[in-house]
Design a protein around this ligand. Structure first.
Ligand SMILES: [Zn+2]
Length: 382
């Protein structure tokens, strides 16, 4: 977790202002609610809004109920009940079952029962679910409660926790899972869960310029990856700049499909000529344009990752070679960039791309969604 501390700090500033605006829109004055949204798959047209009556802290916000992690919880702010979480798909979905995993606060269960409600001009109770293990003494509770809906088309539901269901003054939920038959509604894209960062302790960039979709005037195109310029050591969170000796690692297991061992640098005159050319000639084929010395890895599930501007590629990294997650593939650099063409060391970074089903991650997304998606990847990185 600590490798994300810095970027989360930077993110916090954005989030607070965003949440304030949203909160003001969704909650009347005086109510301290929490709202967020998640992206399903890698298609941002399918956003799901989630709102809670309150939240304990930024680390216990409502989004924790849909992060596919039972260890993290939404927790209410300690105010009197009732407390609730609303899930809004935006349009009708067929749902066959909903699973609710109650959460804990300070290791104690927090709810003795909850109601599943649907909206039909007003909220009505569909089910009341006891979370205490039958006959159990004290604060033990069942971990996972499945509510069979026998087929329901609904666009909105909520988990409602009455005041008398709250234990020790708090309500908490760890996960809400939504099923259509055997298939669970996947939040974000599970194929990207658990990939590791290609730079150890790498920091997500602060600037929009380093994210997908940012314009790239020098080649008349758009950025399709994310740029890692900094990382931190084991001893400190101070950002350290990548150098030409910083190792680059495979983000996940897969097969190398490209490794530019035969890459040849160009001089700055030629670099400027190509740059000027592409600014006036939008290209559909730029294999050796500006990515420099590249490695591509096919993860064999519709996901391909690419590593660009490398200063070196390890000798055994060749097309056809299987690699494991975290395998060192080379070192960072500035190949393909003006710095290398000038024979200098400026501009060293790792440009890293994630391609899913033929689109780069971030394609068609707003900058806010791109950042949210990458933060999710970092949170789930191994
Ligand atoms: Zn880049």
């Amino acid at each position: 977790m600590k490798n994300i501390f810095f970027c989360m700090m930077m993110k916090t500033i954005h989030s607070i202002s965003f949440l304030l605006v949203v909160s003001l829109l969704l909650f009347p004055a005086g109510a301290a609610g929490d709202s967020d949204y998640i992206i399903t798959g890698h298609n941002t047209a399918r956003k799901i809004s989630i709102r809670a009556s309150s939240r304990n802290s930024i680390n216990h916000g409502v989004v924790k109920v849909m992060d596919a992690n039972r260890e993290t919880c939404w927790i209410s702010d300690g105010s009197a009940g009732p407390q609730w979480i609303t899930v809004d798909f935006g349009s009708k979905r067929l749902i066959t079952s909903i699973v609710v995993c109650p959460g804990k606060k300070d290791n104690y269960p927090t709810i003795s029962y909850f109601k599943l409600q649907f909206l039909n001009s007003s909220w009505f109770d569909y089910a009341t679910v006891q979370t205490r293990r039958p006959g159990a003494f004290g604060y033990t509770s069942k971990g996972r409660m499945e509510i069979d809906l026998a087929g329901m088309d609904a666009s909105t539901f909520r988990i409602f926790i009455p005041a008398d269901a709250m234990i020790r003054g708090f309500a908490s939920i760890a996960e809400i899972e939504i099923y259509m038959g055997a298939s669970k509604l996947a939040f974000f894209d599970d194929r990207l869960k658990g990939i590791c960062l290609p730079i150890q302790n790498g920091y997500l960039p602060a600037s929009d310029y380093s994210y997908p979709n940012a314009p790239r005037a020098y080649r008349g195109g758009r950025h399709s990856g994310i740029d890692f310029y900094n990382y931190h050591t084991e001893d400190s969170y101070d950002p350290v700049q990548l150098t030409e000796t910083t190792p680059v690692f495979a983000a996940d297991k897969g097969v190398v499909i490209r490794a530019d061992h035969d890459y040849e640098s160009i001089d700055i005159k030629e670099w400027r000529r190509r740059s000027a050319y592409y600014q006036t000639h939008p290209a559909t084929y730029m294999r050796n344009a500006f990515g420099g010395r590249e490695v591509w890895i096919d993860h064999r599930n519709g996901v391909v990752t690419t590593y660009n501007h490398l200063s070196s590629i390890d000798p055994e990294i060749k097309p056809g070679r299987r690699v494991s997650r975290g395998k060192k593939i080379g070192t960072a650099g500035n190949s393909g960039l003006a710095g290398e063409a000038e024979g200098k060391l400026y501009g060293i970074h790792l440009h890293f791309e994630i391609w899913i089903d033929g689109n780069y991650l971030g394609y068609g997304m707003s900058m806010q969604d791109v950042r949210k998606y990458y933060q999710w990847i970092v949170l789930n990185a191994r």
